[in-house]
Design a protein around this ligand. Structure first.
Ligand SMILES: [Zn+2]
Length: 356
């Protein structure tokens, strides 16, 4: 199999190979090499998730900082519902290796290396426009803390500049959180495939738009190549899945990333102290923390200064999800759940009645 050697390593980790033209003039696409499965999951040097040159060329500090109101969640007016993007580009998916095909709850780092992945979902469903919790992103940028964001395709479509900023920032990995955040455990066939592929296509469409901007183009092909061509990992809405979902994602080369530490920040009674105490109590090498950055997180931004310096003091390093997967074997489960098998079946009943 062939992978462009200048594709983002996050992409290599998941094994997606695009065959459609998302490159740019002069792109060194000819530089291809054979990559064995062992190399794909081995620690990869030069992992890149974005380009400081592009980020700084395209946005001012003030534009990146966010504004009051960004965090607000609102109902969409009739007629404002975005249509999914067309799946114009053919893809040649490269299936995941066997060890990454189930739902990934954490990683077992070799030598107990103290690495943890911080992840934030940017959920957004049909009929709503969710928020952007700039205080979270600003804190991470200010303290140079890597993280992974999971926007739904719908969120990307309604927050194109924020998506492009996250996509361009070398600190942040951007994953796929479905198109419109349904309960994927209830979906199969074409409906399931659309939910996954529309979000991939939305990312690709925005990335293509970015590299056509003069501000990005002037950074040069090498800088643009640091921005992954495609999300490499997937986060199930509500953490629910079925066997067909997992199989489809694996065939698409998308690693299904669950979590080992649930901040439970969607609960209105949650406080920053609750979240920080929980994270510090449950922190282990290879852990994956989940929270929300779409305005749904209660106490999330305020919790970061309470637990991140404490983790660093204990010798932990925060890494993106694709980086985490290079540190050791994934700890996986054949099913998807919140904290123990069967604990999120209630979403199926809620969706059967309409939506949660
Ligand atoms: Zn979500």
């Amino acid at each position: 199999m062939k992978i462009s050697s200048q594709a983002a390593p996050g992409l290599l980790a998941a094994g997606v190979t695009l065959v459609c033209g998302l490159g740019w003039p002069g792109s060194p696409a000819a530089a291809e090499k054979e990559v064995s499965p062992a190399e794909v999951i081995a620690p990869l040097p030069n992992l890149t998730f974005g380009s400081s040159a592009v980020l700084e060329s395209c946005w001012t500090k003030e534009q990146l900082a966010g504004a009051p109101g960004d965090k607000k969640i609102s109902a969409l007016r009739a007629g404002d519902e975005p249509a999914p993007p067309a799946l114009a580009c053919g893809q040649e998916p490269r299936p995941l290796p066997a060890e990454l095909r189930n739902s990934i709850r954490s990683v077992k780092p070799r030598d107990q290396e103290k690495v943890i992945a911080l992840t934030f979902d940017l959920c957004e469903r049909e009929g709503e426009k969710a928020g952007y919790d700039f205080a979270i992103v600003n804190y991470l940028r200010q303290h140079r803390i890597p993280a992974t964001f999971y926007p739904s395709g719908h969120w990307m479509r309604l927050h194109p500049e924020r998506t492009l900023q996250l996509m361009s920032d070398p600190l942040f990995e951007v994953g796929n959180h479905s198109w419109s955040h349904p309960d994927l455990r209830l979906l199969a066939g074409a409906t399931l495939e659309d939910q996954v592929l529309w979000a991939q296509a939305q990312y690709q469409e925005l990335r293509s738009e970015l590299i056509r901007r003069p501000c990005a183009a002037q950074a040069g092909p090498e800088e643009l190549a640091k921005i992954p061509e495609d999300p490499a990992t997937f986060r199930f809405p509500y953490g629910t899945c079925n066997t067909e979902d997992l199989h489809f994602l694996a065939e698409q080369g998308l690693a299904a990333i669950q979590w080992s530490i649930v901040t439970a920040d969607a609960a209105k009674t949650r406080t920053a102290e609750d979240i920080a105490n929980l994270v510090l109590r449950r922190a282990r090498p290879g852990a994956i923390i989940v929270g929300h950055a779409n305005g749904l997180g209660h106490g999330t931004a305020e919790a970061l200064p309470l637990f991140i310096p404490a983790l660093l003091k204990r010798g932990y390093r925060l890494v993106t999800v694709s980086e985490l997967l290079t540190f050791g074997p994934a700890v996986t489960a054949p099913d998807c759940y919140e904290q123990k098998p069967g604990d999120n079946l209630n979403y199926d009943r809620l969706f059967d009645k309409g939506r949660p």
